[in-house]
Design a protein around this ligand. Sequence first.
Ligand code: AMP
Length: 290
Amino acid sequence: MQIIKSRVELQDWSDAQRATGLRVALVPTMGALHRGHLSLVKEARLRADRVVVSIFVNPLQFGERGDFEHYPRRLDDDLRACDEVGAHMVYVPTAAAMYVDDFSTTVRVIGLSDLMEGAARPGHFDGVTTVVTKLFAATRPDVAIFGEKDYQQLTIVRRLARDLDLGVRIVGHPTIREDDGLAMSSRNRRLSSHQRRAAASVPTAISAAVERALSDGSQVDDVVATARALIDQEPLAQLDYIAVFDSTTLCPLDRFDADHRRPGTARIAIAVRFGDIRLIDNADLFMRWG
Ligand code: AMP
């Protein structure tokens, strides 16, 4: 496995791979890798001949300075894990190289970036789409893998790639969870043991919402109330939002019509704070868990 810091070297390497007919996959990450990230790398290995993992804690997508500063960084462990799952290349750019002093371009997906996480974290998705565009330009991948854990991000990146004809196939990969259902996240490591136990309320609320959605005649309000009640029961949890939305457009749904009662049509997303740690999760409302 190779490790590269320079964009030009990555471009040369990637061009050389494609020149010999090999397909290149990119897995963008911010490091502190867990099994969720590594499952994306394994998926990438199935879909391409060469796999690039990028590790870059992108300052542009953090609103709260503290969140950026406290974001876990463990490069040595990450490199070892990437090697173990068969990545061929790890791209670790520096912030200074990524954003020159007079960097002045923003890539923005209008509309989708303003809903849910975009409303809660203004500018967040502009930071994501700007860095993802730069990572695509550096790697020129045939395929890029993103987690459904960040479903809104996945949808926005799909739109970005389509709108700008980036020539990269965007693949979504299912969320990998801990035994109690909590979606794996680099932020989970910052939870105290009490908060970690309390965080199980998030997947509990989501799975109850899914069961409710699947039960006869239930409507959006019932589903939201079911999830809300379970989060409200947990004293350490502070609900940020619960959203029920169309899986493609991300538009909020106020009722399930016949078109929104099938798998792949409607989702629920939840954002909850445990102290200063904010967790997000989501699921298809018409697909049973487990
Ligand atoms: P991050 O390092 O948090 O920016 O995440 C990098 C990629 O890993 C994104 O595409 C995430 O959606 C994905 N990811 C994060 N957590 C998980 C998980 N638990 N299961 C699957 N993919 C995940």
